[in-house]
Design a protein around this ligand. Structure first.
Ligand code: MG
Length: 158
């Protein structure tokens, strides 16, 4: 078994979409980034790559590469899951925490879990997603952006 941890944060910006866990969430502000800035999926991808000992998403999908401009992060996650399979491993479970003052994410969590489970070839109950505020403290609390933490457990060869 192998454990992995991932963290990511993206800044709010005008004129950007807010996409979290593949869900397009209605919001005054969206997240800025080279790809679709899906901070939740990025944290999960980094956790998976970490468990594989395969570096990070910056190495696999550089933000200097034009092919990843506006990229659908679920498609990138698909590539990371392929890598997990190539290494003879599979995901036991993932636990993800999104740190976000607003908007409220509770109504979207189940859809996010289904989206990620589908890409990860697993069931939604193996992809737990939690949302928390920081009680208005720090950069997420001031509404400057959204952060996400993820841990995963893989089983298999390796
Ligand atoms: Mg990112």
């Amino acid at each position: 078994m192998r454990i992995g941890h991932g963290f990511d944060a993206h800044r709010f910006a005008q004129g950007c979409k807010l996409i979290l866990g593949g869900v397009d969430i209605p919001s005054e502000l969206g997240l800025a980034g080279h790809s679709d800035a899906d901070v939740l999926v990025h944290a999960l991808m980094d956790a998976l790559l970490g468990a594989l000992g395969a570096g990070d998403i910056g190495r696999h999908f550089p933000d200097t590469d034009e092919q990843y401009r506006g990229a659908d992060s679920l498609k990138l996650l698909e590539q990371v899951i392929k890598l997990v399979q190539v290494k003879g491993m599979r995901l036991i479970n993932a636990d993800i925490t999104v740190v976000c003052q607003r908007p409220k994410l509770a109504p979207y969590l189940a859809t996010m879990q289904s989206n990620l489970a589908a890409v990860c070839n697993t069931t939604p109950e193996r992809i737990n997603i939690k949302a928390t505020t920081t009680e208005k403290m720090g950069y997420t609390g001031r509404g400057e952006g959204i952060a996400a933490h993820a841990v995963v457990l893989l089983i298999g060869g390796g």
